[in-house]
Ligand binder design. Structure first.
Ligand code: A3P
Length: 366
């Protein structure tokens, strides 16, 4: 870890920074109100992907991303009917966006229209469900207002750093959240492959948004990931916050797992639709609507679409970078057993005393 001057940050300094944020949480109504002001003084370090990262609230953020987070705090006004799809990068965001969009809009856009008529045939899921923190780079809030209710938005922002207007209310006015998690070993490997495909675009963004860093090797990237120095990392802390929020308020936060989605896509889709207050009727079940949405949103279907093979989406990223092989356990093809044991150990230590475990839900001790 390094400070903004490039000097190493000690664990003590990092803890002090966390404490400062924690104490701010207890004394102000909006704990992040001064984020814009303090941003330049936050500790920085190189990370993976190779941007300059800034540490805030116990997480590492791409410098440019932190500015967007700050803007969304200033201007986002939630609606009670909002559904926010939250995730750590590379844990199933694209799939969740496709499933939630298709379920919510099935009356206007029936999934059985196999022709080029469904929005997913012409748009990346990332263009149909925009990231809260990326949507409003002008900082005027208007882009959110244009989306009709019920709005579907997405975020990679940790729970504790979401706009207070979303998390700071118990009366339902802040909308609801669906979070998808994934085993960190598969997340890292997915991140690595994604990074290989998006290097050129990411490097261009780094040039625009701050100092660009040298490309890490697989082993160096793994070390940075283990240190939590990845976008919105550490992943386990990110997931733990949403897990705890879902345990506290299951009606507000639905906790999903990539591994469960793969094991039972129809069952997971029913859960997603019910949480969005649009459960499938017996007639829809009989007509095969669930099956049609699952098929439409499957990796095979989406990956094969022209728009996802050749198009690009937010920040100029190529759509095809978001679709790879979509399996559980691919980490074993890239990591040594020692690397896997090291990451598992770090995660186990970080989650000690909590009820969260990674992997399919049958392993939960809730
Ligand atoms: P792999 O790299 O392991 O294949 P995100 O959407 O959060 O960026 O996550 C990307 C991961 O989700 C990639 O995993 C990608 O292949 C997988 N994915 C994308 N769309 C999917 C879908 N429709 N069904 C299953 N997995 C999908």
């Amino acid at each position: 870890m390094a400070s903004s001057t490039g000097a190493p940050i000690s664990a003590g300094a990092a803890a002090e920074e966390e404490e400062a944020v924690a104490s701010a949480v207890t004394v102000t109504a909006n704990p992040h109100a001064d984020l814009g002001e303090i941003m330049p003084s936050l500790p920085t370090a190189p990370g993976f992907p190779p941007y300059r990262m800034r540490r805030y609230g116990g997480f590492w953020h791409i410098d440019m991303y932190l500015k967007f987070i700050c803007a969304s705090h200033a201007c986002f006004r939630p609606r009670p009917t909002d559904v926010l799809l939250a995730s750590f990068p590379k844990t199933g965001t694209t799939w969740l966006k496709a499933l939630a969009f298709s379920a919510l809009n099935r009356a206007a856009h029936p999934p059985s229209h196999a022709g080029a008529d469904h929005p997913l045939h012409r748009n990346s899921p990332h263009d149909l469900v925009r990231f809260l923190e990326l949507a409003d780079q002008d900082g005027d809030g208007l882009i959110y207002e244009e989306v009709p209710s019920p709005r579907l938005l997405a975020t990679h922002v940790p729970y504790s750093l979401l706009p207070h207007s979303i998390t700071g209310t118990d009366d339902g006015s802040g909308g609801r959240i669906m979070y998808v998690c994934r085993d960190p070993k598969d997340t890292f490997v997915s991140f690595w492959h994604y990074h290989e495909k998006t290097t050129a675009t990411l490097q261009q963004m780094a040039d625009v948004g701050g100092a660009s860093e040298a490309m890490p090797t697989f082993e160096e990237a793994f070390e940075l990931f283990c240190e939590g120095q990845s976008a919105e990392g550490p992943q386990w802390r990110h997931t733990l916050e949403y897990w705890e929020a879902s345990c506290r308020s299951p009606d507000k936060v639905l906790f999903l797992r990539y591994e469960d989605l793969l094991l039972d896509p129809p069952g997971s889709l029913r859960k997603i639709a019910a949480f969005m207050a649009c459960p499938f009727s017996p007639e829809e079940e009989a007509a095969g609507v669930v099956r049609d949405i699952v098929e439409l949103c499957s990796l095979g279907t989406l990956k094969g679409l022209e728009v996802n093979r050749r198009g690009s989406t937010m920040l100029g990223l190529k759509n095809d970078a978001f679709f790879r092989n979509g399996t559980v356990g691919d980490w074993s093809n890239c990591m040594t057993p020692a690397m896997a044991a090291r990451l598992d150990g770090i995660v186990a230590e970080a989650l000690e005393g909590s009820t969260l475990t990674f992997g399919a839900s049958c392993k939960d001790s809730v």
